[in-house]
Design a protein around this ligand. Structure first.
Ligand code: NAP
Length: 490
């Protein structure tokens, strides 16, 4: 089958709101831009507060029957959706590249990663278990069961437009929850395509409702305050997450928060420099640095610093920057001018405080929001780039001389999502790993994401886990029945 053109794939995606199984048009529209050109890509529906409430009405109405739907059938819907996504990997990747900017190879990898959550949770749907126990005094039996939480509100960011959706939608469907999904305003098209795939895979009307909007607070505020919603799962910035936790306290919603990161990447003196640089490139440059898991600060042992800095700068300078649809491009644009200017300001602040530029440190001319891959050395302790989430292709380097010192530096942040260690000493890896304040740790590898693993953070990186066996628990309530049994024979 011939690959769809850019226009064909964009035109094939439904543009309405999905409410109760109907694609609903709105009078207003939301413009979606191609970040590599700054040009209009598509216009999608712009929901009002009433539309959002209608979406919640539909989720609430569908909840009782969906909660009782056979788990095997819930799993099979996910499995069919998984298969369609895998079969359409190239066109979904193209759509993602057009709205988000990442190179096609990375979009393909995200499509696979996103689909894996549907496959994983298709298998988990039939493994929701409780237990049966004897009460300690023997007088009764304890029956513990798991039930769906109820209608969920799912809010996702723009940086992984498909995977951040399937990581929530997969377990919610598997657990028997209905939902209202709101994607980021920059990248609604991938989520619209996913909703369409799930509908065709047999998901009953009203289970997944989708609202796109130019104002997240306008549409989600009333839903978070609505007593019929039972859960909020949010992936996005710590700043917005903090506000949503406060809002959700009114209705005591169950809350999962996947927030920002400030990952340390630590290279010990016994590490292999070549391997560490390749890992650093993955940890830093996956998604052009626009990842919550992106290595944000590099701590390299003083004996390896020069070799590591030289090799990393060389590799970063060689990366080909350009429109993600072009062959051979390895780094796409940043999502918009605001993000590009923020990255530029962080680099300038580091330079003002004495950092030296080993490569990059400037935007590219022309349309689109491109910034050159950058390596900074001698970065001062108080430089903002070490304390704030960069969300761009910038690697600040620091040296260290001993283990306690680097653990203290790595932990000196409000965030705690992920950390990376390079060492050939297994005992050191475990010793240091146990002392790092983080939800995830990559040991001699620059990527930790895996549908079978519990993804999530500690401290201001949030709470709750997505993926793995833990992921479905976020969508289940525990109910216990005390059963008074008289087991004596009559
Ligand atoms: P963001 O600005 O916090 O937005 C995330 C989502 O929240 C978007 O859908 C946004 O809608 C919505 N939103 C914003 N304000 C809201 C409000 N008042 N009420 C309800 N919803 C609201 O984050 P982003 O810039 O899209 O994403 C980047 C951030 O996500 C980074 O900090 C990154 O680290 C984090 N992230 C974390 C993980 C993780 O798993 N820990 C994964 C990926 C990304 P609009 O788009 O309409 O504003």
């Amino acid at each position: 089958m011939a690959l769809a053109t850019e226009t064909e794939i964009v035109d094939s995606i439904p543009r309405g709101l999905l409410i109760g199984g109907e694609w609903v048009q709105t009078s207003g529209t939301l413009a979606v831009e191609d970040p590599s050109t700054g040009e209009l890509l598509a216009e999608v529906a712009d929901a009002t507060e009433q539309d959002a409430l209608a979406a919640l009405d539909a989720a609430v109405a569908a909840q009782p029957s969906w909660g009782e739907h056979p788990p095997r059938e819930r799993g099979e819907i996910l499995r069919r959706a998984y298969e369609e996504i895998v079969a359409r990997q190239d066109e979904l990747a193209l759509l993602m590249t057009l709205e988000m900017g990442k190179p096609l190879a990375e979009s393909r990898a995200e499509v696979t990663y996103a689909a894996e959550f549907l496959r994983w949770f298709s298998e988990e749907a039939v493994r929701i278990e409780g237990r049966y126990a004897n009460a300690p005094n023997g007088a009764s039996r304890l029956l513990v069961m798991k039930q769906p939480v109820g209608p969920c509100l799912l809010i996702t960011p723009w940086n992984f437009p498909l995977a951040m959706g399937t990581r929530k939608i997969g377990p919610a469907i598997a657990a028997g929850c209905t939902m209202v999904v709101k994607p980021a305003k920059q990248t609604p098209l991938s989520m619209l395509a996913l909703a369409d795939v799930l509908a065709r895979a047999g998901l009953p009307d009203g289970v997944l409702n989708l609202v796109t909007s130019s104002s997240a607070s306008r549409v989600m505020g009333p839903l978070i305050g609505d007593r019929r919603a039972r859960k909020l799962s949010f992936t996005g910035s710590t700043e917005v997450g903090r506000r949503l936790v406060v809002q959700s306290a009114q209705q005591l919603l169950r809350v999962s928060m996947e927030l920002g990161g400030n990952a340390p990447f630590v290279v010990f003196e016994d590490a292999d420099v070549e391997e560490a640089v390749e890992g650093a490139l993955l940890a830093k440059m996956r998604n052009g640095g626009e990842a919550c898991t992106a290595a944000n600060r590099f701590y390299v042992h003083e004996r390896l610093l020069d070799a590591f800095a030289q090799r990393l700068s060389q590799r970063m300078a060689q990366l080909r920057v350009g429109r993600g649809t072009e062959p051979g491009v390895e780094v796409g644009p940043l999502i918009d001018s605001v993000e590009r200017d923020k990255v530029g300001a962080l680099v300038q602040d580091a330079i003002d405080r004495g950092a030296s530029v080993l490569t990059g440190a400037e935007p590219l001319d022309g349309p689109g929001w491109f910034y050159r891959p950058t390596v900074l050395a001698d970065v001062a302790d108080d430089a903002r780039v070490l304390h704030e989430e960069i969300f761009g292709p910038v690697a600040p380097l620091r040296s260290f001389s001993d283990e306690d010192e680097v653990i203290a530096a790595a932990n000196a942040t409000e965030y705690g999502l992920v950390a990376y260690l390079y060492t050939n000493d297994l005992r050191r890896a475990v010793r240091v790993g146990e002392r790092l304040e983080t939800g995830m740790l990559g040991v001699n590898q620059g990527i930790v994401s895996n549908a079978a693993a519990p993804f999530g953070g500690v401290k201001h990186s949030g709470f709750g886990r997505e993926g793995g066996r833990e992921g479905i628990e976020e969508y289940l309530e525990t109910k216990y029945m005390a059963i008074a049994f008289n087991l004596q024979a009559d």
